[in-house]
Design a protein around this ligand. Structure first.
Ligand code: PLP
Length: 425
């Protein structure tokens, strides 16, 4: 039955569909370098839209508050099992609906009101959920900053040990949004054990690299808790996770209550089957993917430097993750440069760089580039070089590179490191 719509409503309905389709078309001709994003495989997408969209499942498989959850129970049990296998642990909570919600579950239970915490500032790569105005800030304003190396991209381990010793914080937060090199987890674990500090690793960005064993292994290096987003380098749907080694039962129970009822009720059940498919893809293809991603980041860093860009950390090989950071002050700063690149269908974000005051967040020096999505479409070092040339063309002159961008992108239409839809038949 077709409803009797006013012309304004039917116009609006058409507009909704057209806007969704316009984004799909435009995205397919762009180079996306937003470091926190990725794409699902068609196989994962094929189980995204289902009756689970309509349902609730509070609690755990086998211990729900509502009836009717037996099929979701099966999916959630398997998701937990596969995640535990991938991360080589015996405790994983797959219910948080995003990385921030996972962090909230941890902070709300492990940080007493007004307690001392240590975290990165936004300029040294910290996430807004670690800041006074974010999730951690709801528990305490007493957030100390990690002492940093001269280049600003690594923690100064000796100074950090001294700070933990002196301040005895309740929680020490590692992990970042601008995240080029591994954190000194093993180096800080012993002092944290001495002072009773919970060592918390926010692996939102690098979760896929951690899964592959190509970046670092926080829980086995001595972190108490690992949180992450499941849609950045871990190329699943938009959700979050909390993991521990599983050995500390009291900690597991505390975190469990932080997730539910602490920070969720329904947990967006529709996307859990897609997470399970994506996790199996990470298990099958994740190592090749993570290696290719890191090699591409290094290749992009080198290619941009060869074009004259001020890429961060040249003497350290630019990056050991999926990201590179570039100081684009000569091109008018991060805001202007990222806007110009987007006009030219190259999408990235402006970013504070180490040493910049937080108040420059809306007009920082830098841009942050992530190669994880283009790597998932199968791009390699040659394409990184081509990309650097296009960025240089777009930023250093009036060269209109949109058709070149579209031509490059068109050669990589398919999601790789993935199952096909028929694999689910
Ligand atoms: C992206 C990010 C998050 C937040 O993840 P969401 O899934 O978007 O909520 C948390 N921590 C860090 C370090 C991040 O970069």
């Amino acid at each position: 039955m077709t409803a009797d719509l006013t012309s304004a409503t039917s116009e609006l309905l058409r507009h909704v569909r057209e806007t969704v389709e316009a984004n799909e078309r435009w995205r397919a001709q762009t180079l996306n370098l937003i470091a926190s994003e990725n794409v699902l495989s068609p196989a994962a997408r094929s189980v995204l839209d289902s009756d689970f969209q309509h349902r609730y499942a509070e609690g755990h498989p086998g211990g729900r508050y509502y009836e009717g959850t037996q099929y979701l129970d099966e999916i959630e049990r398997l998701s937990r099992e596969v995640m535990q296998r991938i991360f080589r642990v015996t405790w994983a909570d797959v219910r948080p609906i995003s990385g921030t919600v996972a962090n909230e579950a941890v902070f709300s239970r492990l940080v007493p009101q007004g307690a001392t915490a240590i975290a990165h500032t936004v300029a040294t790569g910290g996430h807004i959920s670690h800041a006074r105005i974010g999730s951690l800030g709801k528990r305490t304003k007493n957030i100390l900053e990690w002492p940093m190396s001269a280049d600003g991209y690594s923690i100064d381990v000796d100074a950090a040990r001294d700070l933990i010793h002196k301040e005895q914080p309740a929680i020490a937060v590692l992990g970042r949004s601008l995240f080029l090199f591994p954190e000194p987890v093993a180096e800080l674990a012993a002092v944290c054990a001495e002072t009773g500090t919970r060592l918390f690793y926010d692996g939102a960005h690098v979760l896929g690299l951690i899964a592959a064993g190509t970046f670092q292994d926080p829980l086995h290096e001595g972190a108490d808790i690992l949180c992450g987003s499941t849609h950045k380098t871990f190329f699943g749907p938009q959700r979050g996770m909390v993991l521990t080694t599983g050995q500390d039962e009291k900690l597991n129970n505390t975190l469990d209550k932080g997730v539910f009822p602490g920070s969720s009720s329904n947990h967006h059940l529709f996307s859990l089957p897609a997470l399970l498919v994506s996790a199996l893809e990470v298990e099958s293809f994740g190592q090749d993917y993570a290696r290719a991603t890191i090699a591409n980041a290094q290749a992009l860093g080198a290619a941009l430097a060869a074009k004259g860009f001020a890429v961060a950390c040249p003497e350290r090989g630019y990056s050991e993750s999926h990201q590179v950071a570039v100081d684009v002050e000569p091109f008018g700063g991060g805001k202007k440069a990222s806007a110009r690149l987007c006009e030219q269908d190259i999408i990235c974000n402006m970013n504070l760089l180490p040493g910049e005051p937080g108040k420059r967040a809306f007009d920082p020096k830098g841009i942050r580039l992530g190669v994880q999505e283009m790597t998932r479409f199968g791009m390699g070092p040659d394409e990184m070089e081509a990309m650097a040339d296009l960025m240089h063309g777009a930023l250093s002159g009036d060269r209109d590179v949109r058709s070149e961008v579209a031509a490059l992108r068109a050669r990589f239409p398919e999601v790789r490191y993935a199952y096909s839809v028929s694999d689910l038949q």
